[in-house]
Each structure stands twice: as C-alpha cells, then as structure tokens.
Design a protein around this ligand. Structure first.
Ligand SMILES: [Mg+2]
Ligand SMILES: [Zn+2]
Length: 130
C-alpha cells in the first residue's frame, strides 16, 4: 500500500501522482492571470487580452477613417461626409489606437529601434525608385 499523497502547497490529500490539489492549481492559474493584467489610466484593471482586442477593434476603425478621408479628397467615389468630419474622425481613431498602445505598456525603446530600421529601409526603397 502506498502512503497517501498530499498537495505540496496546502497539504490536502490528493490522488496519487497529482502533486498539487485542484484548488491550488486554480489559485496558481489566477495568480498568473493577475500578472497578465495591466492597470489603465482610469485606475481599472483591464486584462491584457481585452486591451489587445480593443486595439484590434480601434485599428479597424482607424483603417475606415483613413480610407474615408482619402475618399473625400480623391473625389472619384463621392461621399456625403465633409472633409472636416472625415479629418475629425481620423484624429479620433488615431487617439483611440494610441490610447490602447499606451495602456499595453509596450517597450518604447524596442518600438523606436524598429521604427528607425523601417524608416531606413523605406528611405532606401524610395531612393531606388525611378
Ligand atoms: Mg474608435
Ligand atoms: Zn493544495
């Protein structure tokens, strides 16, 4: 007969080979989830997955706003939207996207480095253009 096993975290009796009880496993999971959360300027706690979903949503709105302003200026396919409203929309969606980026607290140094590299690459491509 093997001696009964106990949870290494709380000492509760557990099935053979489990090492940790279900309650402690859940608590560990919750702790990891808390770590994934980011604090917003409003003081609420917003899970990172929701910040990413919000960013994706706002990126979609920014796409629409940029295309709308382009359509207003292009004039090929007329729209009842005025230039003023389209411009306002672009600023609003840029602000929304930047707000989410700010809340995600990404590494600014890394972003700056990649921007520098891409700017150089872009410049080179334009220089090679006939
Ligand atoms: Mg928006
Ligand atoms: Zn336990």
């Amino acid at each position: 007969m093997s001696s009964e096993e106990r949870c290494v975290m709380c000492g509760e009796i557990i099935p053979e080979g489990a090492h940790v009880c279900l309650r402690c496993r859940f608590a560990e999971h919750e702790k990891r989830e808390q770590k994934r959360k980011a604090e917003t300027v409003q003081g609420y706690i917003m899970p990172v997955c929701e910040l990413l979903a919000g960013l994706a949503e706002e990126c979609g709105e920014l796409t629409q706003a940029a295309l709308k302003l382009r359509r207003v200026w292009d004039g090929t396919n007329p729209t009842p939207t005025s230039e003023e409203v389209a411009m306002e929309g672009l600023y609003e969606e840029v602000a929304d996207v930047l707000l989410y980026i700010e809340e995600l607290k990404l590494n600014r140094g890394t972003i700056g480095r990649i921007m520098g590299e891409k700017r150089e690459r872009w410049k080179k491509r334009l220089e090679g253009k006939p």
